[in-house]
Structures are given as structure tokens and as C-alpha cells.
Write a protein that binds this ligand. Structure first.
Ligand code: 6R9
Length: 645
């Protein structure tokens, strides 16, 4: 886009920034030319090592073999807590802001350290040891941070399951990662409503014979079903736990956590991250991308159930000794000014949220924003999906009063941390562009044949270099890791995103090129939703695609074929939505269900999703070549009955 608007670097930001334009150019060039030297320096700068590494990097994409800092020993909780105690034990580590605006609390580094040690001892007493997997299924309460860090202290591997996932989805994830331990709460609060947590665990547990114990955080006065011998109250166990717990020395490549994410096929994948490289990359990107300075109050609105919550609410900020905010609620409760009120209340300097929230708040009108002050803000961030220029401009002008750079950060669960992004003191901004690569990142634009295109170009986004935060495997299925990311284009990590590079070398992410859709920043595989729909006895076949949605970015459009003799009805439509909620969770509910006597298929029986995507997007003139369809009249029928919403 030649005419894209440009916002120049702000002198007030650049004058105090860690990374200015010449520093970026110099460091970027070095990070590509001498990666071993560059990353060794950064690893020394950002982390405390109990023992230094002998090899900085050992990677071979053809085997999905990715190793960083081998030989090195360190502990994540020690880096996030112990080493800060000398200088900042009384500094607030976590500001927790409740769903109810009258509830909040502050936890200092000393207190957090103490609670983490105690809970690490609770885990040990339950039999959890190094390498064991602990499933965390929690709402956004402060204890979530305690539990995560306690796992890292004793070398157990956490697998956080988003609190909005259903019992069924939870069960699948517990089984896939062989978790014998679950940490949950009784209930959660969101937007003035309660959400069931423990009841979902109880239901999931029916299908998890290996589950040994469930540790329950008391978050309400609600009574919950109790299974003696399996269930343990967190507060009771904590009372008797010692606050002395040595941090276990972990190898840099020991697993740190598993996080499930959706792909284009099959069941969700347990993306596996390891200790040293991940922590370095999270901390370094947190400092440079948000230009974090000592004393800043930093708020990332993501849920801990997603990678953004892992890297930029917990690990990156705490590793840098920051004060990080954990918000339990939603942007519109009690009113649509909640974010801005929280910013004023806690004097937040750096704010990181998702385009879907920005668009939803933009739709509520400017008054909710302008009646607040927001003068503490210095940097604004965006993540999760492409941000449309209109939302970007609103964020920049109305929320940030044209004072704060907006960093549009492109990355993925698999990348561990931010990959393509502006650095606030070093780059001019173009609304809608994720700008330029972070240190050590080498984006490549490939055509269908896998040729790397130079200059102004459009194609699929791949990365030719490894970086420390890169995922190491898919838990329990390394072959799937290789097949998913390293097979399509030999020698590259394939991202699944499309991208364009403009005349200034800026990158514009154009969205997924596979069957993954992005609904309100939540990544979902259309195949998972289809599998849920076809569980219904009346459904013969289903095909799900994304379509443009003003607030959510993409909505979910389901084409459903019923079994012969079954009548479509409003009731059946409700049953299908409920089925998806039960199998996956509310976030996967179809926005539109269109009944169709048949799906468009090739003669070999493959559903032509390209056509369904066009119909759902109402792009009826650009259906492309339909000559390979077995029965072209199917398309006419689908167009004639297209649902507009
Ligand atoms: C961090 C996170 C990853 C997918 C990714 C892409 C989309 C994320 C984006 C963006 C355009 C941005 N995405 N950030 N697209 N601009 N700034 O969201 O991880 O949940 O794994 O999703 O999200 O499509 O491939 P994850």
C-alpha cells in the first residue's frame, strides 16, 4: 500500500528509548550476521544462569530439531522472583483487579516469592516432581501466577487450559498431556456473572482415570461437590506449607510448559516450550517492544489461557522485575469505560490488548474514553489478529491522545514471543502494519513453489532462522511438529499466515492461509468445529469457514447438511450451537448456520472451501473456477440460501 499513512518516531519516546533507529539497525544486523555472539550476549544480560551453556544454538529444521543454550542450567521462578528480592522485595509484582471494581489487591515480590515457595511445597507433597505435567484450569485470579511459577520452581511442566473451554475440551487436554494433577478454582467471575470451574473439572475427571489430585482455590462461598481423597483446598494446604523451597536447576532445554492451540487439521496440538530460550525471548521482547523501564506499570489484558498471557502477563514482565496487572473481568463491565478507569486507577504506563476489544469499545462511542484521563499511558500495544487501520487510528488518537506509539505485534503460540513489530523509539508507524522483524528474526515471503520473493512482494510468511523462543515440539507427536511447520517449505518454519512487504520493507499480515480462523483473537480450527457439529445424530455433514465480522474480526459460518428426512428448525439450530459449546466452549459457537442439501465438492470428494469462504463473505462475483465441481448446481443453491447477518 503505497499511500499508507505514516506516523514518525516521536522524539519524546526516542530520547529515552532503549532502542533507537541506529541501535535497531546495528543490533538487527548483528543478530543476523553473528547470531551466536548476539544471543549469548542477550542471554547473559537478561537471565541468571546457575551454569553457563556450552552451545548457543543447534538447529536443524528438517528434523524439527531446535536447541538453544545447551549445557546451561537455570530456573524460571528464580529468574522471575529470587533475583529481584535484593532490590525490589517491597515493589509490587502483581496488581490484581477484580471483576467487581471495588476489589483489588497488590502482591509484592517478597509476598509472591513466599507464596510460590509454599505452593511449590504443596505440589511436592502431592507427589508432583520434575517433569510431571500439571494442568491449570483457572479464572483470572492472582493465584494463577503463583501456581505457574510454583510449577517452574520444581521443574514440573504446566499445561494451562483456558477457563472458557468446556469440560470435554478440558478432558481431551488432560488426557493428551497425561496430567495427573489439576489446579482449579470453585467458580470464576466475569462481567458480573459466575462461571463454573470445579464442576467442569469433576465432569472432565470422569474420563481421566489417571487423575490423582485436584487442588481447588476457594474463590467464593459457593458449595462445590467434593471428592475426598482426590480434592484438596488450596488455602488449607498452603497454611501448613513451608515457604522455603529451593529452585530446581533445570537444563535450558527442559520443557517449561505445554499450551494447546488449534491447527488446520485434527485435534488441538500441545505446543511445547522449553526453559532457557523461551524465558530469554519473552523477557527481551517485553523490554524492547514495550520500551519497558524500571518502575513502569504494565498491563496486558490477555487471559493466562493464551500464549500472550504466558509471555507478556507473567514470564516476560516478572523476569524483568516489572509490576504487571492481572484483570479478572471484561472491558465492558460494569461499563464500557472499564479499561480506561483501570488505567487511571493504577496509573498504567504500558497497555497491551487485542483488536477485537478495541473495535468493541470503539463501537460504544468516544465518551467512555474521553471521560477518563489516561495521561499515564506511554505505549499502546495490539496483538492477536490484524488490526484494521480504522481501529488503529481510534486507538492511537482517542485512547492514546496521539501521544503513544501503537506497537502492532505479530507472533504465535509457536513463536513464544513477538516476531514482527515496531519498536517505539526506532520505527515510524503505519496503521495496520506489524512493521519490521525483531532481532534475530528473518521473515521470508514465499510463493507457491517455495521461492523466496524479494522486495515488494506478497505470499506466505515463513521464517528461515531459529530464535530462542521457538516451540520445540508438539507434545507426544514430534512427527506432527515436523509435518506441520517444516515440511511444506524445506528449510523454513511455515507460519500459516499470508503477508505483504511494501516499498519500505514493512510487513503487512493478511491473515491465515490455512483452515484456521481467528474469532475475537481466539485461534480455532474449522475442523474442530465441524467434528463437534457432526456428532449430532441428525447431521450428515458440516463445513465451517470464517467470514468478516465487524467486532470479532472473523465470525463462524457453518454450512450444514442434514440426514435425509430430517427437517431443519430453529430448535435444531440451537441444539447444534449447544453441542459446539459443550464440545469446545462458547468461543466456538457458530454465528450463522446455513442448511444446505449438499456441500460443493470436487469429483474426488473434497469440499471446496474456497467457494464456501467466498459465499460466506458475500463475494459472489469472485467464485473463481467452479468447473472441477462434481455438481455445480450445489453452488447456486448455496448462494440462493445465503444467510445475511
Ligand atoms: C499471539 C497470538 C496466532 C495467529 C497468527 C496470526 C494472528 C496474531 C497478529 C496476528 C496480524 C498481528 N495474529 N497477532 N495477525 N497481526 N499483530 O495471537 O498467538 O493465538 O497462536 O495466534 O494470530 O494469524 O498466526 P495465537
Amino acid at each position: 500500500m503505497t499511500n499508507a499513512k505514516i506516523y514518525d518516531i516521536k522524539p519524546a519516546i526516542a530520547s529515552n528509548a532503549h532502542i533507537t533507529q541506529p541501535i535497531y539497525q546495528n543490533m538487527y544486523q548483528r543478530s543476523i550476521a553473528e547470531p551466536d555472539v548476539f544471543w549469548a550476549e542477550q542471554a547473559t544480560l537478561f537471565l541468571n544462569w546457575q551454569k553457563p551453556w556450552h552451545t548457543v544454538m543447534d538447529c536443524d529444521y528438517s528434523r524439527g530439531h531446535i536447541r538453544w543454550f545447551e549445557g546451561g542450567l537455570l530456573n524460571v521462578s528464580e529468574n522471575c522472583l529470587d533475583r529481584h528480592l535484593a532490590e525490589r522485595s517491597d515493589q509490587v509484582a502483581i496488581i490484581w483487579e477484580g471483576d467487581d471494581p471495588t476489589r483489588d489487591k497488590k502482591i509484592t515480590y517478597r509476598e509472591l516469592h513466599q507464596q510460590v515457595c509454599q505452593f511449590a511445597n504443596v505440589l511436592k507433597a502431592q507427589g508432583v516432581s520434575k517433569g510431571d505435567c500439571v494442568c491449570i484450569y483457572l479464572p483470572m485470579i492472582a493465584e494463577a501466577a503463583v501456581v505457574m511459577l510454583a510449577c517452574t520452581r520444581i521443574g514440573s511442566v504446566h499445561s494451562i487450559v483456558f477457563g472458557g473451554f468446556s469440560a470435554e475440551a478440558l478432558k481431551d487436554r488432560i488426557l493428551d498431556s497425561n496430567c495427573q494433577y489439576v489446579v482449579c478454582a470453585d467458580i470464576g467471575y466475569r462481567g458480573g456473572k459466575t462461571t463454573v470451574i470445579k464442576a467442569n473439572v469433576d465432569q472432565a475427571a470422569l474420563g481421566c482415570p489417571n487423575l490423582k489430585s485436584v487442588i481447588v482455590i476457594k474463590n467464593s462461598d459457593t458449595d462445590v461437590a467434593w471428592f475426598n481423597g482426590r480434592d484438596i483446598w488450596y488455602h488449607v494446604a498452603m497454611q501448613n506449607a513451608s515457604d522455603h523451597c529451593p529452585a530446581v536447576a533445570m537444563a535450558a532445554e527442559d520443557p517449561l510448559f505445554i499450551l494447546y492451540t488449534s491447527g488446520s487439521t485434527g485435534k488441538p496440538k500441545g505446543v511445547l516450550h522449553s526453559t532457557g530460550g523461551y524465558l530469554l525471548y519473552a523477557a527481551m521482547t517485553h523490554k524492547y517492544v514495550f520500551d519497558y523501564h524500571d518502575g513502569d506499570i504494565y498491563w496486558c489484558t490477555a487471559d493466562i489461557g493464551w500464549i500472550t498471557g504466558h509471555s507478556y502477563m507473567i514470564y516476560g514482565p516478572l523476569c524483568n522485575g516489572a509490576t504487571t496487572v492481572l484483570f479478572e473481568g471484561v472491558p465492558t463491565y460494569p461499563e464500557a469505560d472499564r479499561f480506561w478507569r483501570i488505567i487511571d486507577k493504577h496509573q498504567i504506563n504500558i497497555f497491551y490488548t487485542a483488536p477485537t476489544a478495541i473495535r468493541a469499545l470503539m463501537a460504544q462511542g468516544n465518551d467512555f474514553v474521553t471521560r477518563t484521563n489516561r495521561s499515564s499511558l506511554r505505549i499502546l500495544g495490539s496483538v492477536g489478529e490484524p488490526i484494521n487501520p480504522e481501529a488503529w487510528e481510534w486507538y492511537y488518537h482517542v485512547v492514546g491522545d496521539a501521544r503513544c506509539p501503537v506497537v502492532d505485534t505479530w507472533w504465535q503460540t509457536e513463536t513464544g514471543g513477538i516476531m514482527i513489530t515496531p519498536l517505539p523509539g526506532a520505527m515510524a508507524l503505519k496503521p495496520g502494519s506489524a512493521s519490521l522483524p525483531f532481532f534475530g528474526v528473518k521473515p521470508e515471503i514465499l510463493d507457491n513453489q517455495g521461492n523466496s520473493l524479494q522486495g515488494i512482494a506478497e505470499g506466505v510468511l515463513a521464517l528461515s532462522r531459529s530464535w530462542p523462543g521457538q516451540a520445540r515440539s508438539i507434545y507426544g507427536d514430534h512427527q506432527r511438529f515436523i509435518d506441520t511447520y517444516f515440511k511444506s517449505y524445506a528449510g523454513y518454519y511455515f507460519t500459516g499466515d499470508g503477508v505483504r512487504r511494501d516499498e519500505d520493507g514493512y510487513y503487512w499480515i493478511t491473515g491465515r492461509v490455512d483452515d484456521v480462523i481467528n474469532v475475537s483473537g481466539h485461534r480455532m480450527g474449522t475442523a474442530e468445529i465441524e467434528s463437534a457439529l457432526v456428532l449430532h445424530t441428525h447431521v450428515a455433514e458440516a463445513a465451517v469457514v470464517g467470514y468478516p465480522h465487524d467486532i470479532k474480526g472473523q465470525g463462524i459460518y457453518a454450512f450444514v447438511t442434514l440426514n435425509a428426512g430430517v427437517q431443519a428448525s430453529e430448535q435444531l439450530s440451537k441444539e447444534l450451537v449447544n453441542l459446539v459449546r459443550q464440545e469446545i466452549g462458547a468461543i466456538a459457537s457458530p454465528d450463522i448456520i446455513q442448511w444446505t442439501p449438499a456441500l460443493p465438492k470436487t469429483r474426488s470428494g473434497k469440499i471446496m472451501r474456497r467457494i464456501l469462504r467466498k459465499v460466506a463473505a458475500n463475494e459472489l462475483n469472485g467464485l473463481g473456477d467452479t468447473s472441477t465441481l462434481a455438481d455445480p448446481s450445489v453452488v447456486d443453491n448455496i448462494i440462493a440460501h445465503r444467510v445475511n447477518k
